[in-house]
Design a protein around this ligand. Structure first.
Ligand SMILES: Cc1cc2nc3c(=O)[nH]c(=O)nc-3n(C[C@H](O)[C@H](O)[C@H](O)COP(=O)(O)OP(=O)(O)OC[C@H]3O[C@@H](n4cnc5c(N)ncnc54)[C@H](O)[C@@H]3O)c2cc1C
Length: 613
């Protein structure tokens, strides 16, 4: 989207037209003012750098900042996408970027076992293709995870990733700015205060709705806590976000915005890395090949290339370059540089089951109110546009109340009676077939809907990513394999049944809440809200909450991992992978904050290796 030009208003005269003109100029200036524009650096084919970073997403932005803080290091950051547009900055609008040129818009492989209720038998996987990567398109929910998550990494043979080190890196990344919360000494001590990434709370428009949900969770035993991050992601509470004053804090804004004047950092956009270059006949990486302006460029790294292209593209780039499972590479006629069997394996995602509750919540958002919200946003960054599309509350819980490790997470969203949003979600996000969608839309004509996205936090199922072809533009084959392990299905049904108890809480009874049947023939034979009903819904309607990790997992053994605990690719010199793909196991919660920490810790390991720390 281009910024408006305001030349059309110059011709007005007199007081009234001038007021009108200044209002228009205000809007135009605001639109230009909120987005971060990063100049495209001048580069020459064959240019050399000390470090080359592939991908300016969450982890790549952190690395570019921390490595270019060493003045004698020349750093190149390469991003396939463009600057993030205004829709990325305005929290509610980020979903409008799905399927646009700012989204890689991946699709999962239909498997005939899951997603019978979706068109095509598969689902869409949005991934950010712009400065900031997925941190520029995500829902801005900030979760740190449970200590046990990082203990798991450590126990798998990764000594650099102790709970203490990881927690220190969280504080290093954060600038916690919720003034009200900061009055609580435990909360203040838990978060960092001087890091680049602002963490705050959303200016949520309907606090009474948030309170209703929190009270209901409390009543069913998911106890309210002052801050779920301080409580080690157990319990329910108000959401923390990577947003402030009604604007997104992407990692590019936080980590690159303040350092654009560094002479030793070059950033190039709309530049697609198609493969790694090796020293002739060796396993030493020398640089990268890049498509830019319809030409092929080669850039060289004196020290290292760091791949931060995310959980889908990082394994793809490794395989295109000859690092991956030997049999698969041979089947694509790619010369094998290193037989690395786990590249693209161990894929773990947080699945999403929409648990819908209808009720008679009073209120309705009219078109006039929505328009007024736009004015409120322009005036003081409040209103619907200033926060993400869900209610600012989260719940983490387990089947056994004694467990100190969360098994489930629930978000919650509200869709007003007679809203177009439900149709948009059901048809264009979830791609559900008419048979599922129409009865729900009919109910929404009379009732407001609460939607509780339900997630299993630590799935046993493992998916995979393979190349479709040797063409780097061909999207890889993503087998998400949700519910590949029966234990995940059993657990999901139990977790959902625990959640639906909230229909009978004081708060929800007050608004005549009820659970609708998700109508879909294979599930219609089961009693509503029974374990078998939910198992069927899970299999037929599973979606994603966009948290893929693990496809280049770290660990000591090259047979079972791709990088070592210093994030160096096993069997290759001068190459690291640093992004969400190196997480060996899933996080108890949303993955953006933890991926930033992978970037922070990864940067420290590099600085240590070159004796700069
Ligand atoms: C729709 C959505 C909602 C989400 N909501 C949340 C949330 O609310 N909270 C949360 O914590 N997490 C959320 N997540 C997850 C979180 O954003 C990701 O886990 C995190 O951003 C991953 O960071 P990354 O560095 O691994 O990859 P990314 O941030 O995806 O960065 C990879 C970058 O590499 C670029 N790239 C890829 N291939 C190449 C190539 N060959 N050449 C050059 N550049 C390349 C990409 O364009 C991209 O910019 C969400 C994700 C999505 C997609």
């Amino acid at each position: 989207m281009e910024c408006f030009t305001s030349s059309c208003v110059n011709a007005t005269t007199g007081v009234a037209p001038n007021i009108f003109a200044s209002a228009i100029q205000f809007v135009a200036a605001l639109q230009c003012g909120i987005t971060l524009s990063i100049p495209d650096a001048d580069v020459t084919n064959g240019e050399s750098f000390d470090f080359i970073i592939v991908g300016a997403g969450t982890a790549g932005s952190v690395l570019a900042n921390r490595l270019s803080a060493v003045p004698e290091w020349k750093v190149l950051l390469i991003e396939a996408g463009d600057d993030a547009p205004a829709e990325s900055d305005i929290p509610t609008l980020s979903t409008t970027l799905y399927h646009s040129r700012y989204d890689w818009d991946y699709k999962t492989l239909p498997n005939g076992r899951t997603d019978g209720a979706t068109i095509g038998g598969n689902i869409d996987w949005a991934r950010g293709k712009m400065m900031g990567g997925s941190s520029s398109i995500n829902a801005m929910i900030y979760v740190q995870g449970n200590d046990q998550d990082y203990q798991n990494w450590f126990d798998l043979g990764n000594p650099e990733w102790s709970v203490e080190e990881v927690r220190r890196c969280f504080r290093k990344q954060e600038s916690f700015q919720d003034m009200e919360m900061l009055k609580n000494p435990d909360i203040s001590a838990h978060y960092g205060h001087d890091g680049p990434l602002i963490i705050n709370s959303f200016n949520y428009t309907y606090p009474h709705i948030r309170q209703r949900v929190l009270s209901a969770w409390n009543e069913i035993g998911i106890k309210n806590v002052p801050d779920y991050n301080v409580a080690n992601t157990l319990g329910s509470g108000r959401m923390r976000g990577t947003a402030t004053s009604g604007q997104r804090q992407s990692f590019s804004k936080a980590y690159l915005g303040p350092i654009l004047d560094r002479k030793n950092l070059k950033i190039i956009k709309n530049s697609f890395v198609t493969k790694l270059i090796f020293k002739q006949g060796s396993k030493t990486v020398r640089g990268v090949e890049v498509e830019r302006d319809s030409k092929i460029f080669k850039f060289y790294a004196k020290n290292e290339v760091i791949v931060s292209a995310g959980a889908v593209n990082s394994p793809q780039l490794l395989m295109l370059s000859g690092i991956g499972p030997k049999k698969h590479l041979r089947s694509k006629k790619i010369p094998v540089v290193v037989d690395s069997p786990m590249v693209g394996q161990n894929l773990q995602d947080h699945l999403f089951i929409p648990v819908i509750v209808f009720c008679d919540e009073t209120g309705e958002q009219t078109v006039a109110e929505q328009q007024f919200d736009a004015i409120r946003y322009l005036y003081n960054r409040t209103g619907y546009l200033s926060h993400n599309y869900v209610i600012d509350a989260l719940a983490f819980y387990s089947a056994d109340s004694d467990i100190t490790y969360p098994q489930f997470q629930s978000h919650v969203g509200m869709i007003w009676k007679n809203s177009e949003i439900l149709e948009e979600m059901l048809r264009s996000w979830f791609k559900y077939k008419d048979h599922v969608v129409e009865p729900l839309l009919e109910l929404n004509k009379k009732h407001t809907a609460y939607m509780f996205p339900f997630h299993v936090l630590h799935p046993k199922s493992r998916g995979s990513i393979y190349l479709n072809s040797t063409n780097p533009h061909d999207y890889p084959i993503i087998d998400a394999n949700y519910f590949g392990d029966d234990e995940d299905l059993e657990l999901a049904a139990i977790g959902i049944q625990m959640l639906t108890k909230l229909v009978n809480t004081t708060e929800f009874r007050e608004i005549n809440a009820f659970l609708p049947r998700m109508e879909w023939p294979p599930c219609d034979v089961y009693e509503l809200d029974s374990i078998d009903y939910w198992k069927c819904i899970c299999l037929e309607m599973v979606f994603t909450v966009y948290h893929p990790v693990g496809t280049c997992q770290m660990g000591p053994d090259p047979k079972t991992s791709v990088v070592n605990s210093r994030l160096k690719v096993h069997g290759v010199r001068n190459l690291r992978v640093i992004d969400a793909s190196v997480m060996p196991t899933q996080i108890s919660g949303n993955t953006n904050g933890p991926t930033g920490v992978v970037g922070e810790r990864g940067a420290e390991l590099i600085l240590e290796d070159y004796r700069k720390l």
